[in-house]
Design a protein. Structure first.
Length: 277
């Protein structure tokens, strides 16, 4: 009887665990990111979502969402994925000799406060990484970012379709031996307020009939500034035209400013096998 009771308790606990796991909604975004929690509202342009273990409600654009897996088991497609066109010979095909000693930097993924930033930020970081590496590439030929982005767009490669292509395919499309790709994750933390006080003392001597009069004026002012702090981490990877990873690492920025990712990218680039002093 005791064994039966124990088995029943184990069964109930298992069912409870399964129920708990299935009680979450899963939002799958076009960039592959999965958000686990609870969908509280769906309207024409966006959804409202609470991450698991949190209370803050986030607003997510429906144009950034692929589908939602509800806790009930139902799935709803929000945005239909465009299937990449089959290679019928129109896509550029480069030879191994043409790709030799050439390298391209892909647009960086930028995730700010768990939301993907717009493409312009991705291009901005790509240009900054190009500037950091341009004088340290040694014998490698660094492809201009404008050329890289034009070839990617012509091949139908963007943030939503990027995962459909292998590093080997991307190297072939760009005509390079190596590609650099990276992700920046930046979240707001605390805010710092600084206050400054200024004071001045003006003394004026007046000579009159009654003798010398000294007049002193004291004035003071104060001001305060508030700065937002961030926690920023960068992941960097390098692949060759065989599809092999030759470098992969991540680094958390020491500074808390919004542009702290620049130093983190520089830190990682200097430790790659392609960086030359």
């Amino acid at each position: 009887m005791k064994k039966i009771f124990c088995l029943a308790m184990v069964l109930l606990l298992s069912l409870y665990t399964i129920a708990q796991k299935s009680a979450d909604d899963v939002v799958i975004k076009l960039n592959g990111e999965e958000m686990v929690g609870k969908v509280t509202e769906i309207n024409d342009d966006n959804i409202r979502f609470i991450h698991k273990g949190e209370t803050l409600t986030y607003t997510v654009k429906k144009s950034d969402i692929f589908k939602i897996k509800f806790a009930s088991g139902r799935e709803e497609i929000i945005t239909k994925l465009q299937q990449p066109e089959q290679n019928t010979g129109s896509a550029p095909v480069t030879s191994e000799a043409d790709r030799r000693n050439k390298i391209a930097i892909l647009p960086f993924r930028f995730i700010a406060d768990r939301q993907s930033a717009d493409e312009e930020m991705s291009y901005k970081v790509q240009d900054e990484a190009f500037s950091l590496l341009s004088s340290h590439a040694g014998t490698l030929e660094l492809q201009a970012t404008a050329t890289t982005n034009a070839l990617l767009l012509k091949a139908g490669i963007n943030q939503s379709t990027f995962r459909s292509f292998t590093p080997m395919e991307i190297c072939n499309i760009l005509g390079v031996e190596y590609i650099i790709q990276g992700t920046i994750t930046q979240n707001r933390t605390t805010a710092t307020t600084t206050q400054s006080n200024n004071g001045t003392i003006n003394t004026k001597n007046n000579t009159g009939k009654t003798g010398n009069d000294r007049k002193t004026t004291v004035s003071s002012s104060s001001s305060s500034s508030t700065y937002q702090n961030y926690k920023t981490s960068v992941t960097l990877g390098i692949f060759n035209d065989k599809g092999s990873s030759i470098y992969s690492d991540d680094h958390t920025a020491f500074w808390s400013s919004a542009d702290a990712y620049k130093n983190a990218i520089k830190y990682l680039l200097k430790r790659t096998p392609i960086y030359k002093k």
